[in-house]
Design a protein around this ligand. Structure first.
Ligand code: G3P
Ligand code: CA
Length: 383
């Protein structure tokens, strides 16, 4: 994925200074960008100290699979984070990398297409892959037999998990939904018997440009578009209830053109401009200022910089001087990606939320209850 981002984002930073909008703005706005009052209202739809479950979790379960997202919901994360890509047949799926080699058995199932990008596969083809077994090999200390065979998920799957459902299974196999008689790759759902009442929001990253229209359509169809008669999702006192608020769906992207498009197609939804260290390091201060000005201009309410240290090791974009600049513009900060208690504690008081693979630790650091991470997986039926 970083190959795509490198090209798109680097090009953007080179061109940003000469975009017509930038030159035509009044001098005072150029000098001191500030999020508008209306945009600040939208920013405030998202709760403070937001625990954003990065790919569900990369630590406890195979990333962006059903175990990872059911775990994140039940542990009490505020948001389920996912990376959106579009299949050859037009479905939005949750998948991080450009290709399928790292986290699936594509090399066995489609050897001749193993290096092909996700967009070259149909949804039924993607559903035929095992997106769980690699985790068991890579992390034997956290392996569970039931991770084997976990399918790649759609955006709809993740939203349904947030609403308290799970994929319906018969003898362990997902039940295919075939309303038109032919299987398009969709599954049936059922109320999750292990659901504990949490209703998190969804925090979706456009990993590639060009899927924004489909995303807008699907959100409306699923009743998750807050600006178009969203459905009421039943919540329980004392449980996470973000799925039934105006902050239920947050948009994020490293790709500035995608942020612009999202603002055009989905105005009034919270948005986060992600920053990637390698694309900015040649002129950090100047690029930071440009990013903030861009975010303000296009109503990206949050900036998502990287933190120092693993797992990304991109270099520090969340230093105090940088976070102060973001706050001065009325923007809030959701940095990525937190894997340790020390990281979470160090940043806790100067950011408004965290992308974390360890929602269990983040909840502890924020003083919130319910953190038996491994037991939650067992309770969900993952032995
Ligand atoms: O979206 C926040 C964070 O997920 C960005 O990094 O590469 O894991 O998508 P990445
Ligand atoms: Ca992401």
């Amino acid at each position: 994925m970083m190959r795509t981002i490198t090209k798109v984002v680097a090009l953007f930073w080179l061109c940003l200074a000469c975009t017509p909008g930038a030159g035509n703005r009044p001098a005072e706005q150029k000098n001191k960008p500030m999020l508008s009052k209306d945009a600040q209202k939208v920013r405030n739809y998202v709760k403070q100290e937001a625990v954003i479950a990065h790919r569900g979790s990369t630590y406890w379960a195979p990333e962006e699979t059903e175990p990872a997202y059911r775990w994140a919901r039940n542990i009490g994360a505020d948001y389920l984070e996912l990376d959106l890509q579009m299949t050859k047949d037009g479905f939005l799926v949750a998948f991080h990398d450009d290709d399928l080699t790292r986290t699936t058995n594509v090399a066995t199932v489609f050897p001749e297409r193993a290096q092909s990008p996700v967009k070259d596969f149909t949804l039924p083809e993607l559903r035929s892959l095992d997106a769980g077994s690699w985790f068991t090999t890579r992390y034997p200390q956290r392996a569970r037999d039931s991770f084997a065979g976990q399918p790649i998920l759609t955006l709809q799957d993740v939203i349904m998990i947030a609403e308290g459902y799970r994929i319906k299974r018969l003898n362990g196999e997902p039940v295919k939904a075939m309303p038109g008689g032919e299987w398009t790759g969709l599954y049936e759902y059922e109320p999750d018997p292990a659901d504990n009442g949490n209703r998190p929001g969804v925090y979706a990253e456009t990993k590639v440009p060009g899927l924004e229209e489909a995303l807008a359509r699907e959100l409306a169809e699923l009743g998750w578009l807050i600006t178009a008669n969203p459905k009421v999702i039943k919540t329980t006192a004392g449980k996470v209830g973000i799925a039934n608020t105006k902050g239920r769906f947050v948009l994020q992207s490293f790709i500035p053109e995608s942020i612009e498009k999202l603002e055009r197609l989905l105005p009034g939804l919270p948005k986060c401009l992600l920053l990637w260290y390698p694309a900015m390091q040649d002129s950090l201060e100047a690029n930071y200022a440009r990013a903030i000005a861009f975010a303000v201009r296009h109503n990206a309410h949050f900036i998502g910089p990287s933190i120092a240290g693993g797992p990304n090791n991109y270099g520090e974009l969340s230093a105090p001087a940088m976070t102060a600049k973001i706050h001065a513009a009325g923007l809030y900060i959701h940095p990525y990606t937190f894997d340790t208690r020390a990281q979470l504690t160090a940043y806790k008081d100067r950011v408004e939320g965290v992308f974390t693979n360890r929602a269990d630790l983040a909840l502890q650091v924020y003083g919130r209850p319910g953190h038996k991470a491994a037991e939650i997986l067992t309770g969900l039926g993952y032995e």
